[in-house]
Design a protein around this ligand. Structure first.
Ligand code: NIG
Ligand code: FE
Length: 418
C-alpha cells in the first residue's frame, strides 16, 4: 500500500490512546508506551501505529513518499494548547519588574490594571498589525511543538474591538499551519467607564447575540473572579452564550474561590480553567459532569501563588489538561515543555500524565478530542519527534526545546536542528 509518511525505530512512541474520552483516574495508569515504535500516515491521517517490526510486515518503505528514522528519539502527539490569549498588542515587561519588586513584600498580582494596559494598546492596533504580532507567536508555538490551539479574545472589551480580535483568529487560520479554535472572552475584565453590572448587560444583550450571528467563536469564556465577574453574572453570561449556540469555558477560582468549579458543572462547560483555589465539592461536581480541569502551573509559578492539588483531582477522576495560558501578563511564553516540567515539579504529575494532559486531554478541553491529541488510527497525523531517548527525559531536560520535527496533517512543517 502506498503511504505518504512512515516514521520507524522510535525508542518510545506514546499513542495516548483515549477510548473516545479524556484520560482520567485509573486509565492514566494504562497509558501505553510502544518501544521501537512506528507510525504510518496517508492523506493526512494515521493509518497504523505499532512496533517497527509489525509496521514493516504490513508496509513497504519503498512505497512511502517519506521515511523518517526516529532511532534514539521519542514520538508523541502534537501539543494542543487549549487556553491562550493569542491576539493582543501591548506587552507588559514593566509589570514583570514591578511584580518582582512588590513580591518582596506582598502577593499583589495587579491583574486588573495589567489587562487594561493591554486593552488600550489592542484597541489602538490595526487588524493587520495584530495579525503580524500573532503570526510570530504562532511560528514560535509551532517550533515548540504546538500544533493546535484555542485562542480567546478579551483585550477589546467593546463590540468593535472584540470582533476585530475574533476576525484576526479567523484570518490566521489560512495564514499558517497551526489550527485554531476561537473563543469569545468579552467578559475578561470591566472596561473603564462602566461598572460590572452595566458591562455584564452589554455582554449579554449586545455582544453575545452579535458574535453568535457571525459564527466567529465556537466557545464563550468568562473571568469568574472577585473584582471581575461574580458567579451570578458569569452564570447569566454563560447561559446566554449557551442559548446562542456556543460551547462554554470558564476562568474559575484562579485567585480566590468564587464557586467557579461548581458553576462549570452546573452550566455544562467543556472546561474550567486555573482552579488554583477551587473547593473539593466543585471539583467533584466537575468530575461527575465530565468537565475537563485545565491547570496552568506556570502562571502560579510566575505570580508566586498557590498550586492546585492535581493529584487529588486525578484521584477523584477529574480529567486534567495543562496549557501555557499564553498572555501578556503572567503567561508570556509559548513553551509547552516548560509547562510540562512545571506540572511535574509543582503539581507532582508523572511525565506521562503531564504529556497526556498537554495532548489528548487538552484536545478534549477544546472540543477536538475526536480529531487530534492521540496517535490512533483514523486521527489526524499531528506528530512530534522529540530529541529525547524516552518520555521521562522531556520534562527532565528543561528550559530548552527538544522538539526535532513537527508533523502537521501528515507533512513535516517544521524542523529544529541543533
Ligand atoms: O488567564 N485570568 C485572567 N486572564 C489571564 C491573564 C490576562 C492578563 O494578565 O492579561 C489569565 O491568566
Ligand atoms: Fe487565561
Amino acid at each position: 500500500m502506498k503511504t505518504d509518511l512512515i516514521i520507524i525505530n522510535a525508542n518510545e512512541l506514546l499513542p495516548m490512546n483515549s477510548n473516545g474520552k479524556p484520560v482520567s483516574g485509573r486509565s492514566l495508569n494504562e497509558l501505553k508506551i510502544i518501544e521501537n515504535g512506528a507510525i504510518a500516515v496517508k492523506d493526512g491521517k494515521i493509518i497504523a501505529v505499532d512496533t517497527t517490526d509489525n509496521i514493516l510486515k504490513d508496509f513497504e518503505l519503498n512505497d512511502s513518499e517519506q521515511v523518517i528514522d526516529a532511532k534514539g528519539k521519542t514520538v508523541i502527539p502534537g501539543f494542543v494548547d487549549c487556553h491562550t490569549h493569542l491576539v493582543f498588542a501591548g506587552t507588559r515587561e514593566n509589570e514583570f519588574v514591578q511584580r518582582i519588586e512588590k513580591q518582596r513584600n506582598t502577593k499583589n498580582v495587579m491583574m486588573g490594571s495589567g489587562i487594561q494596559y493591554t486593552v488600550s494598546h489592542t484597541r489602538k492596533a490595526e487588524k493587520e498589525q495584530l495579525i503580524q504580532l500573532a503570526k510570530k507567536r504562532l511560528k514560535r508555538m509551532l517550533s515548540q511543538g504546538i500544533t493546535y490551539i484555542e485562542a480567546k479574545s478579551g483585550y477589546g472589551l467593546d463590540l468593535e474591538n472584540e470582533l476585530k480580535i475574533l476576525e484576526v483568529h479567523h484570518a490566521l487560520k489560512s495564514l499558517q499551519d497551526i489550527e485554531i479554535e476561537s473563543t469569545f472572552l468579552g467578559a475578561h475584565s470591566i472596561p473603564q467607564g462602566y461598572n460590572s453590572k452595566e458591562y455584564t448587560e452589554i455582554v449579554i444583550n449586545e455582544m453575545i447575540p452579535y458574535v453568535a450571528k457571525t459564527g466567529l467563536a465556537r466557545f464563550c469564556d468568562v473571568f469568574c473572579e472577585e473584582g471581575f465577574f461574580s458567579k451570578e453574572q458569569s452564570e447569566k453570561i454563560l447561559n446566554k452564550a449557551k442559548e446562542s449556540g456556543m460551547l462554554l469555558k470558564l476562568h474559575a477560582d484562579q485567585l480566590t474561590n468564587t464557586y467557579g468549579a461548581e458553576l462549570a458543572a452546573k452550566v455544562g462547560a467543556v472546561s474550567a480553567d486555573h482552579l488554583d483555589y477551587a473547593y473539593e465539592d466543585g471539583l467533584r461536581a466537575m468530575a461527575q459532569k465530565g468537565v475537563v480541569g485545565v491547570l496552568l502551573p506556570t502562571i502560579s509559578f510566575v505570580l508566586d501563588l498557590n498550586y492546585p492539588d492535581a493529584r487529588n483531582m486525578m484521584e477523584m477522576g477529574l480529567p486534567i489538561a495543562i496549557s501555557t495560558d499564553f498572555n501578556p501578563g503572567a503567561g508570556h511564553s509559548e513553551s509547552m515543555s516548560f509547562v510540562i516540567t512545571t506540572a511535574c515539579l509543582k503539581l507532582k504529575m508523572l511525565p506521562i500524565e503531564a504529556i497526556a494532559s498537554a495532548t489528548i486531554n487538552a484536545a478534549y478541553a477544546c472540543g477536538i478530542g475526536h480529531k487530534v491529541g492521540s496517535l490512533e488510527v483514523g486521527k489526524q497525523a499531528d506528530i512530534l519527534i522529540m530529541d529525547a531517548p524516552n518520555h521521562k527525559y522531556i520534562p527532565y531536560h528543561y528550559g530548552i526545546n527538544l522538539v526535532e520535527s513537527v508533523v502537521k496533517k501528515g507533512k513535516v512543517v517544521h524542523q529544529n536542528h541543533l
